[in-house]
Design a binder for this molecule. Structure first.
Ligand SMILES: NC(=O)C1=CN([C@@H]2O[C@H](COP(=O)(O)OP(=O)(O)OC[C@H]3O[C@@H](n4cnc5c(N)ncnc54)[C@H](O)[C@@H]3O)[C@@H](O)[C@H]2O)C=CC1
Ligand SMILES: O=C(CO)COP(=O)(O)O
Length: 358
């Protein structure tokens, strides 16, 4: 079988960290993968020089992952069609805000049989009503099957080669599981492949809302018990959300890296947590703090909270998801951060009668 050609769509903080891993693995398995890995870079100028030129000469993304080198077989390409048209595998890793407009030029341009794997956390608002999984939007736009990879994977730590796990939700774990694992796994990035792809993706999207809540309680100077309560209540809302809107989700998936583990890491070390904490301790807006603190990296939590609220409000279900709802209202200025704990005090989890749990 011919070696599979890999293209990476995106080159931010996570896109760059994953490109280092995939580049190494492609070079190490030339029979299985074509060694050249093209990476689509949204072009920008850095001190008068194109970012793609810097990446292709210094082999480093000096803006989004400074200090970490790419293997030389990772090639930055500014045109998305040139980057992707020969690919058998597309790794999609862009902030979800930019998904549709970035991918539209690829419509009808991909190789027959191409497959995708999305590392993108968030949802897509459907103008006619409701929200859609990002993998579904990609599938419909590009007409390719799309698996997902989500996990407790802060990009900086992955790039520093610190041990962690991740979860791949494969469209067809039996036929694709092995090569998907081979593409990503290293001694310090351990991959578990499951077949419950929707739940893997839902976990990755929803945990960013909980991370904002964790940041609020940090900003309000609550302690670790409070943060643990936010994490637990957040997890319960994630599970309930999956039960209500994606019936058939497996509870066991929440115990993979994409579930509990990502929740924990993100509520301690993530960007959503950090900016949400600063939102409470400063008088600045989230948008201003994002610009000031992240140097072009993008937050997913506040937008995801708005996307989920779009559904909950339309279905008159905000009361059943007080954490998700309160995070959204705080982000858009409809509620003061000080109100957050009051909202959690009313949580349905605390209203269940003892015998209802038996
Ligand atoms: N950074 C992390 O630790 C992790 C991020 N993720 C997820 O991966 C996805 C991508 O995140 P990152 O790679 O961290 O991105 P990022 O947060 O570093 O965002 C910057 C990227 O956005 C691009 N960009 C800016 N304006 C653009 C435009 N108009 N059109 C297209 N692209 C534009 C930039 O070129 C840059 O590549 C997100 O869904 C995120 O939740 C998942 C796991 C870890
Ligand atoms: O998804 C992440 C870790 O798995 C990164 O979270 P942040 O976007 O909050 O940094």
């Amino acid at each position: 079988m011919a070696a599979k050609k890999i293209s990476i769509v995106g080159s931010g903080n996570w896109g760059s960290a994953i490109a280092r891993i995939v580049g190494q693995n492609a070079a190490a398995h030339p029979g299985q993968f074509d060694p050249e890995v093209r990476m689509w870079v949204f072009e920008e100028m850095i001190e008068g020089q194109k970012l793609t030129e810097i990446i292709n000469t210094k082999h480093e993304n000096v803006k989004y992952l400074p200090g970490k080198k790419f293997p030389e077989n990772v090639v930055a390409v500014p045109d998305i069609v040139t980057a992707c048209q020969e690919a058998d595998i597309l790794i999609l890793v862009i902030p979800h805000q930019f998904l549709e407009r970035s991918l539209t030029p690829l419509k009808g341009k991909l190789k027959p049989g191409a497959q995708g794997i999305s590392l993108i956390k968030g949802f897509h608002i459907v103008p006619s009503g409701g929200i859609e999984l990002i993998s579904v939007v990609i599938k419909e736009l590009l007409n390719i099957p799309v698996s997902v990879l989500m996990g407790a994977n802060l990009a900086g730590e992955v790039a520093a080669d610190k041990f962690c796990e991740t979860t791949i939700g494969a469209v067809d774990a039996t036929s694709d599981g092995k090569w998907l694992q081979a593409m990503f796994q290293t001694p310090n990035f351990r991959v578990v492949v499951v077949d419950d792809a929707k739940t893997v993706e839902i976990c990755g999207a929803l945990k960013n809302i909980v991370a904002c809540g964790a940041g609020f309680v940090d900003g309000l100077k609550y302690g670790d018990n409070t943060k643990a309560a936010v994490i637990r209540l957040g997890l319960m809302e994630m599970i309930r959300y999956a039960e209500v809107f994606y019936p058939g989700s497996k509870l066991s998936t929440f115990f993979e890296s994409c579930g509990v583990a990502d929740l924990i890491t993100t509520c301690y070390g993530g960007r959503n947590r950090r900016v949400s904490e600063a939102f409470v301790t400063s008088d600045k807006s989230i948008e201003d703090l994002e610009k000031e603190m992240l140097n072009g990296q993008r937050l997913q939590g506040p937008e995801t909270a708005a996307e989920v609220n779009f559904v909950l409000k339309a279905k008159d279900m905000e009361d059943q998801f007080p954490l998700f709802t309160s995070v959204h209202k705080i982000c858009v200025g409809e509620q003061k951060p000080e109100e957050f704990i009051n909202q959690l005090r009313q949580h349905p989890e605390h209203m269940i009668q003892f015998d209802a749990r038996l």
